[in-house]
Design a protein around this ligand. Sequence first.
Ligand code: PLP
Length: 360
Amino acid sequence: MVVYNFAAGPAVMPKPVIQQIQTELPSLNGSGMSIMEISHRSPAFDAIIQQAEARLRHLMAIPDDYAVLFMQGGGTGQFAAAPLNLATKHHHIAVLDSGQWASRAAAEAKRLGIAADVLATTKPDHYRHLPTMPEALAQDTYDYLHLCLNNTVEGTAYTTLPEHGDTPLVADMSSNICAQRYNVSDFGMIFAGAQKNLGPAGVTVVIVKRALLSDVEAVPSALDYTLFDKKNSLYNTPPVFAIYALNLTLGWIEDLGGIDAMEKRNREKSSKLYAFLDRSKLFHNYVEPRDRSLTNVVFNTGDADLDQAVVDAAAAQGLMNLKGHRSVGGLRASLYNAMPLAGVDALIDFLTQFEKEHEY
Ligand code: PLP
């Protein structure tokens, strides 16, 4: 049975990358040691981490005045690291509450004693569209404006960015990094855990404008951007295997034509599924069409028991992990970079058949 993994994360990885890992696992470059056993200070790993940075810089067109850091702690770690490193002048950040992960970011800043103003929220509308800025963003008030660019749980994504004047944007790209094109210089900082579009869990990518960095003493070393920049992400033991797999995944993205090609594929996959949902009498996607995510498609039947029956019947046919996030229920198909179009076709065929059998 062919298996397609629609999980929101950790998520599907490219098959050629898994095969290369399998081949190289017993002995990296004939060294007799696996990637999990080599020193992070060895020339072999140095070549890997440097290639990963160079590939990411090239793919995302990252300007030279931005540092690229490989850290640990996931997106959640960055909810703390961003305010600790960047909220140093006003100790005050602004957040547009577009969903669960944006509100978590605000809550984490507050935990650290940093004020976080939620400027707008679409919670009362179940986050079915993105919040718009209520008025011009007050200047020289906030250290940054936090945005979650792709809302993994609610299935929305920003394509155009809100007006933010001189206030830097901090972007959570955890679920759409390298899946669609953004202009890095529009942001002060970007972060993403690798485990959806870039490889396995364990490494977190941080892209930060160096001009925003200062020597801040109160930042734990493991979260300190300046320190990680100075030490080329090798201040302490990095997640060696995760960085190796991320590098291979970036190579796979390059081979397929880079981010623009990924975005084209992701648009094709998601438009096909949205078109099906818009035609369906049984399954519905409630997200405002202009705000629909390319990577996380949420839908439901309106009946929780039937939703569960769909998830179970799909799994029996190799269409795995379609259950929606526990906070919203329903179903969710995550269509990250490594999900082939054939997976979406198989899902649509299955849903069509299910709908027929249930006489809709
Ligand atoms: N931000 C977004 C948009 C996410 O989807 C997630 C996890 O799914 C997170 C942050 C949290 O990431 P992590 O689990 O790596 O801490």
